[in-house]
Design a protein around this ligand. Structure first.
Ligand SMILES: [Cu+2]
Length: 174
């Protein structure tokens, strides 16, 4: 009696867990094969994810004409890539991220830029939200972010200036 109900409970939970694991595997395979929608990672090198890892990073915010909608618009890229490169950090290390604002003069996205590390625990002046212990990055300038990585997980980073995030300044963080 008790072994029967125990077995049934196991039988009920096993398939859903198996499907979940299969789903994860399929997602991972799709990512590995570059089967995400065509626009993803398309600018830099089609089908090749733009991944940067380590502790030293040079990120250049620029502008690139893009046509996703039928009308060409100036999109924002990081190191020529949209979305911005996948950054891989390691917990327990100190990362240095030199972010240069290379938006052209007269850009519709303004003269100032920023990168905010979404969900990352760090000192206020490294958070990258203009107006909060951080003045933004003016055109032609480089801001050096430096902080200890004290957590693990999957996050993202994005601009906190005007509509730059919507124009392409967003990227994944692992
Ligand atoms: Cu955010």
């Amino acid at each position: 009696m008790s072994s029967d109900s125990f077995g049934r409970a196991g039988g009920l939970s096993a398939p859903s867990r198996r499907l979940f694991v299969q789903g994860l595997a399929a997602g991972g395979a799709a990512a590995a094969l570059g089967l995400w929608p065509r626009t993803s990672w398309a600018v830099k090198a089609e089908g090749v994810p733009n991944v940067l890892s380590g502790t030293e990073f040079d990120l250049t915010i620029g502008e690139t004409p893009m046509n996703f909608t039928g009308a060409t618009r100036p999109a924002i890229t990081v190191n020529g890539s949209i979305p911005a490169p996948l950054l891989r950090w390691r917990e327990g290390t100190t990362v240095n991220l030199r972010v240069r604002n290379a938006l052209p003069p007269g850009s519709i996205h303004g003269h100032q830029a920023s990168i905010h590390w979404h969900g990352i625990l760090l000192p206020a002046n490294m958070d990258g939200v203009p107006g909060l212990s951080f003045d933004g990055i003016d055109r032609g300038e480089t801001y050096q972010y430096r902080f200890n990585v004290v957590q693990g997980g999957t996050y993202w980073y994005h601009s906190h200036s005007g509509f730059q995030e919507q124009a392409g300044l967003y990227g994944p963080l692992v």
